[in-house]
Structures are given as structure tokens and as C-alpha cells.
Design a protein. Sequence first.
Length: 460
Amino acid sequence: MPHELHVLNPATEELVATVPAATPADVDTAVVRAAEAQRSWAAAAPADRARVLRRFAATVDAHLEELALLEVREAGHTLGNARWEAGNVRDLLDYAAGGVERLNGRQIPVPGGLDITILEPLGVVGVIAPWNFPMPIAAWATAPALAAGNAVILKPAETTPLTALRLAELALEAGLPERLFQVLPGEGPVAGNALVEHPGIAKIVFTGSTRVGKQIMAKAAGQVKRVTLELGGKSPNIVFADADLEAAAAAAPMAFLDNSGQDCCARTRILVQRTAYDRFLELLTPAVEEIVVGDPLDERTQMGPLISRAQLDRVRSYVTGATEHTPGADAVRGKAPEGPGFWFPPTLLTGLPEDAPCAVEEVFGPVAVVLPFEDEADAVRLANATPYGLSGSIWTRDVGRALRASRAVRAGNLSVNSHSSVRYWTPFGGFGQSGLGRELGPDALTAFTETKNVFISTEA
């Protein structure tokens, strides 16, 4: 039976909104409408498509604070983070608009004629977005897909549909054709599954758990349907003894506490060379304890709540299991509010074996494990000791070591003396069970096109 989604404020547990949940019939209708809109959109002059997308970006820019406040209410993000997210949507639309008129094919030298390639849109693209970064990750796929001439049907996460719905309204206000960009809130097993299995959907872009990503990949295979999957992560933060330890320790807390640790790129495995281990912990411990956790609307707040009661229970179970059942384990905890809301304190775990669940599994909360390593080879071994390979950081003053480690660590996005993983100018994606394909960067539009080859004979 069709029903409503209940959107709660994670900081207060108060009901923010109820939203009708889409059914498979709703998906059918949306796909038909999207296909019709896409044909006209693809036929429009590239300059006209680019102009509309820039208006969309400008309209988002005019509503940044509104979108940010909506994100705070539905996702519990700090106000500063939410403002960045809304700005990222604007920037992605602007960047994608710049690629519309540069979506070039090639001229390939061949005997007897002229050979050219043409990049044509796929048709209707299904985007299944997560709850941890509802606005930007939805835009990672939506902006380039629209720019390449496709229609988009976006299914936001059950807990965070409000910003997506508002973006769809702003798209119409900016002049995007009706039904070209549709938002269908709904449950994953219902609306999400209907999108994946629908023969009118040419590609699925999914960000979420590895478990669900595998299911989507298997279902898409039945129709030889394209997928881009951005899945889990268990990213290392490798600190060598020659690094600037003060800088590395100062940067480490927010590398795993940003968005309350609900980030696939979170550096939740802090690997420290043994000769610097004790000193690094002396620097890191107070930095974690001093993180300000509280009201997301307070400008001083650095970390907000978790998304839901279920996520809170999941994170708590990991930490309880680590501290109560592992001899020698210790936990450094920061402060968090009591009372309503899904609050969990910043937590640093030490004394765990390298194969402990908290050390190798994605907790997706404000929890990091600190592990010692002996030398460069041991650091690489530990860094690669998970099925994931999304991101990571390397701290060292030795440029040669930085390059060697960067080549040896199996991850799609690495930073040296930094924790920056995502820039809309550069490609993003993972190795192993962190996913398939790349998003963002200069090639983002081509991921939503077919390459057609045309040979023209010039022989008499």
C-alpha cells in the first residue's frame, strides 16, 4: 500500500514533514514523461541547454540559505556544512553547463574516407541518492547527466527527500523543461527497485552501501544496464614519523568527524608509525575531546547528530563491542548533548587488533581506530587490508615516500598532507568494493553518453 515517508529532525527527533512515497506505477509514469521531455531537450542547441543550466545554478544561488536550513532540519548537518553543500550544487551546475558546448567527438584518420565519433545522450538516467550528503551527491550525477542531454529521475533517500524536492521546484523556476528533472521520494525496495528494473532507464547512478550496490549491479546486469556505483569506504590516514605531527594531529579529528563520521571518505583508520605513536596520541587526544558537538544551527558547532535512531544504535554497538570485549582496548570520548536527538560523542579507539570489526568495517559514525605500523611497507599493508579503496591521506615530508605510498595504496582518491577528497573539477570514485566508475571532473559528461562511430567514404 502507498504510504508516507516521515522526515525527522535528527537533532530533536521532531517531525519535520510527511512526503508521499512513490510506487512502481509512479515510476512508470515518470519514465514515460521523462523520455518525452528528453527528446526535446537533446534536440535543443547546446548553447540553449547551457544557458538554462546556468539559470538553474543562479536560482540555486539565490536560495542558498533556504536550502541550507532545509538540509539542517532533515539531515542534522551543521549550518556551515549545509551552506557548503548548497553552494556545491550551484557550482556543479555551473561546471556542467560549461561542458555542454565542449562535448566533442573525435575525427580519426582512416583510409578511404572520414571517420568521426559522436557523443549522444543515453536517454533517461535514474539517480538513487544517499542521506549522508543529500544535495551534492544528487547533483554529482544530475548536473552532468542533464548537461549531456539526458532526462533525470532522482530518488532521494527516505530520510532526506526535502532538499531534492525543493531543487526540482527551483529547476522549473529557472526554466528547465517540465518533467526533464523529476524527484520521486520513496523506499529503496519499492521506488528504487522499480527504477533499477525499468527498461526505460538507460543508466543507474547509486551512492550507498556496498550491500545494496551489489544488488543493484546484479539486477542491472539482466538488462545490460550501465551503472555508476559509489559505495562504502574505510579510508586510512597514514602518518609517518617524519611528518609535521602537530599539523597532522590538528587535522585528524575533522577528517573522521565531519558530518558526524557519516562520510564514505572519512579517515577512520589512523595509522601512525610506531616511533611517533605516543607523541601523536598526546597531540590527538585533546583535539578530539575539544570538538564542539551540539545544535547544528549554532555557528560554533563542529559536529551534529547522527541521521537516525537506527544509525545511532549501529554505531553504539560497534564501540561497545570493541571496548567491552577486547582486552587492552581504550576509548577517548568527547562530549555530546543528552536528551532528544541522535547524539554520539567523538570517539577514538586504541589497543585494538588490526582485524577488529571497528578497524576494518565501515562504522559510518564519529569513531576512529588508531593503529601503529613499523615502516613504509607495513603502512601500505595495513592501508590495503580492507575490501574498500575509496580515499585516504598520507602525511610525510618526504616527497619520494609520498609518491611511492600514493602508488601503492589502492584507493581512488588520495591526499598528501591534506584530507581533501572531493573537488568537482577532478574525478572521484573507488577501487574494489568502494564502487565502479568515476564521477565529477572534466569527463563527467561523457559518462552519460553513447559513443557513435560514423565512417564517410570519400572514394569516387
